[in-house]
Design a protein around this ligand. Structure first.
Ligand SMILES: *Cc1c(COP(=O)(O)O)cnc(C)c1O
Length: 402
């Protein structure tokens, strides 16, 4: 049995719903991402929060709203249910009542990409795929490589030539076939699609198949459960392809349909990008519904080096409807954020995680976020694959920054 009923275009283009028991990628009619739709009405009457108490602490505890049949085994490495940590030193430093860090550094392969790939590889295997391909700035390739090994499937990963060595070596550790590409993740995507078309590879690029976003949406289910089914005032999320924001926005409405968080206002979503690659920030500030592709994208936060995203309009809609905003921070600010999270709280943060603290600091200074607010920072990955960033940069204290 499954509660997944169909795949639906994320735009009102008039395409008929797609059958989720067959492989589908983008909408055949308009090229937009497809969303998995569940029978939430029925689930709302039979699925109780209480049932979660006896379940394993992985994202599969929410399997009723994941694309899996009840008798099917997920491809899992124990992903999900990561800690949501209070950070008293950061609270004191920034003079904010509540700052929580959702710490994804504890995920398999060290980043939250494991969520999307656990779910997408589970579904791809079910659909009969043999060889999975992905373009990646680094973390998605590591996660695909690990889950493909776990599922006994082949993995072809395409990374930019200048990816940091730990990302490349970790793909090889899990036995993936690695191709290095001149250019960025978008160029890697083009090459992967070109080679894969004749060879029958299952393209697992984010939002170009409907299931990675299902894995990432569980971030919001977990935060809600960890806060006893309430929301904080703000979510601050480092945005590349935006799968996390889009997924969490979808989760908010699913949770409301289930009646599990009724009466609470959704968090305001802050989309953080790098100054050297900020297409969503630019579109947000210009009042546009789509983002223009960013020329010569540069940032040391590999996960944020995404010059254009297929789900751009979905990110912008979520940020606007939530009453949130988009802003860019410099690489230097991110690295300071990464150091502060480490130094003050003992949490291993990637520069993307550091970017969320940099954004919070800016928004507190501007008065957009006040001392009475509650904030969740998404530390989407750990520091270990980025340690080279710390080598030349003497530790600086941020104590006087505010
Ligand atoms: C991929 C990645 C991001 C961006 O995630 P999206 O959901 O695609 O916007 C942020 N941080 C890290 C560490 C990543 O690997």
């Amino acid at each position: 049995m499954t509660f997944l009923v169909s795949l639906q275009c994320s735009r009102p283009c008039g395409a008929r719903p797609y059958n989720p028991d067959q492989p589908h990628h983008l909408c055949d009619k308009c090229g937009a991402p497809l969303f998995a739709r569940y029978d939430l009405e029925k689930l709302g009457t039979i699925w109780k929060k209480r049932s979660l108490e006896s379940r394993q602490p992985t994202l599969w505890r929410y399997r009723e709203v994941l694309p899996i049949h009840t008798d099917q085994e997920p491809v899992t490495l124990g992903e999900g249910m990561t800690p949501l940590l209070r950070t008293p030193c950061l609270e004191e430093l920034l003079d904010i009542r509540t700052i929580l860090v959702k710490d994804e550094s504890l995920s398999p392969t060290n980043s939250f990409k494991s969520r999307g790939l656990s779910v997408a590889v589970t579904k791809a295997k079910y659909l009969g795929a043999q060889c999975l391909s992905v373009p990646s700035a680094g973390n998605a390739a590591n996660a695909l490589a690990a889950y493909a090994a776990r599922a006994r499937l082949e993995a072809k990963v395409f990374l930019p030539k200048d990816a940091k060595p730990p990302f490349i070596l970790e793909c090889e550790l899990y036995g993936a076939d690695v191709t290095l590409i001149e250019g960025l993740i978008t160029d890697a995507g083009r090459e992967a699609a070109k080679l894969g078309a004749d060879r029958g590879w299952y393209d697992i690029s984010t939002l170009k198949e409907p299931y990675r976003v299902e894995g990432k949406k569980t971030l919001a289910y977990e935060v809600a459960e960890q806060l006893d089914w309430s929301w904080p005032d703000w979510f601050i999320y480092p945005t590349g392809g935006g799968t996390g924001i889009i997924g969490m926005w979808k989760a908010f409405s699913e949770l409301e349909s289930l009646g599990w968080v009724s009466g609470h206002r959704r968090p305001k979503m802050v989309s953080v990008q790098a100054e050297g690659c900020a297409p969503i920030v630019h579109a947000f500030n210009s009042g546009l519904n789509h983002a223009e592709s960013w020329n010569s994208a540069t940032t040391t936060a590999d996960g944020l080096r995404v010059p254009n995203a297929v789900g751009d309009f979905l990110i912008l809609r979520a940020v606007r409807e939530s009453g949130g905003l988009a802003l860019a921070v410099s690489d230097e600010e991110m690295i300071t954020g990464m150091r502060d999270i480490g130094r003050l709280e003992g949490i291993s943060a990637s520069p993307e995680g550091g970017a969320t603290l940099a954004a919070l600091r800016n928004l507190r200074q501007q008065g957009t976020i006040t001392k009475h607010d509650s904030v969740v920072l998404f530390n989407t990955g750990g520091a270990l694959k980025y340690l080279s960033l710390l080598e030349h940069n003497p530790s600086e204290s941020a104590d006087n920054n505010l």
